[in-house]
Design a protein around this ligand. Structure first.
Ligand code: DC
Length: 218
């Protein structure tokens, strides 16, 4: 079974999805990490995003591996290289929206997402999970929150990575990414039909997890 969690950056998807997976005994699947991994690969390979043939050729040679074995964590690899932390860099973050807007990239990622989850129980987080990847999922959630709180959460993420950041810079980046992710032609970020909206602006972490669990247990 798949539970979908969609929403913009910084709304609390990751922490919530991980905790939900832990409590339900499901595996946690971060699909944004896949788009970030492809972005890192394209940076390393110097791929020109405006050239479809270069993009397709590069995708043919990508060896993306995911390890779901550790509880509530997901490790992602390019070949044998564990890139789980490297994909969080500012360089990848600033380029990932453009990469995730490419048709060939999305098609490949969606196929992988469906095949990896064919067996087992997963909490899957992303932007198009309830709309495109698993539109028939029984439980679909859409998380949202105000800009200020989202920027503060992102700042805390960067602090964990020891990357110095300014809150205004983060806000600008969030706005830019939201605009890009919600207005792109392919699988734009939007609330999936029948999804339950969870506004996390005023919620503590425990509250947002509780709200979701309550819907599932109903
Ligand atoms: O959740 P995140 O910030 O790690 O996601 C990185 C980017 O990947 C985000 O800007 C949009 C894109 N993405 C997507 O297009 N579809 C998904 N299912 C997940 C992420």
């Amino acid at each position: 079974m798949v539970i979908t969690i969609d929403g913009a950056a910084g709304v609390g998807k990751t922490s919530t999805a991980k905790e939900l997976a832990r409590r339900l005994g499901y595996q946690y699947f971060d699909t944004g990490a896949m788009y970030r991994a492809v972005t890192l690969f394209f940076i390393r390979e110097n791929v020109d995003l405006s050239s479809r043939s270069e993009v397709v050729k590069s995708l043919d040679s990508i060896k993306l591996n995911i390890d779901f074995s550790s509880e509530s964590e997901m490790q992602i690899f390019l070949d044998e290289d564990d890139i789980s932390l490297k994909i969080r860099s500012q360089e990848v973050t600033s380029k990932v929206s453009a990469v995730s807007a490419l048709k060939d990239v999305r098609e490949m990622m969606v196929n992988i997402q469906r095949s990896f989850t064919a067996n087992g129980n997963f909490v899957v987080e992303g932007r198009d999970i309830g709309t495109v990847v698993f539109p028939d999922a029984k439980y679909k959630f859409y998380l949202q929150a105000d800009y200020d709180i989202r920027a503060e959460r992102r700042l805390a993420d960067f602090e964990k990575l020891n990357e110095a950041k300014n809150i205004n810079e983060i806000k600008e980046d969030l706005e830019k990414r939201d605009k890009y992710d919600s207005s792109r032609k392919l699988s734009p970020l939007k609330k999936p039909d029948n999804a339950i909206i969870i506004d996390t602006t005023l919620c503590t972490f425990e509250e947002q997890v509780y709200k979701i669990l309550k819907h599932i247990e109903k």
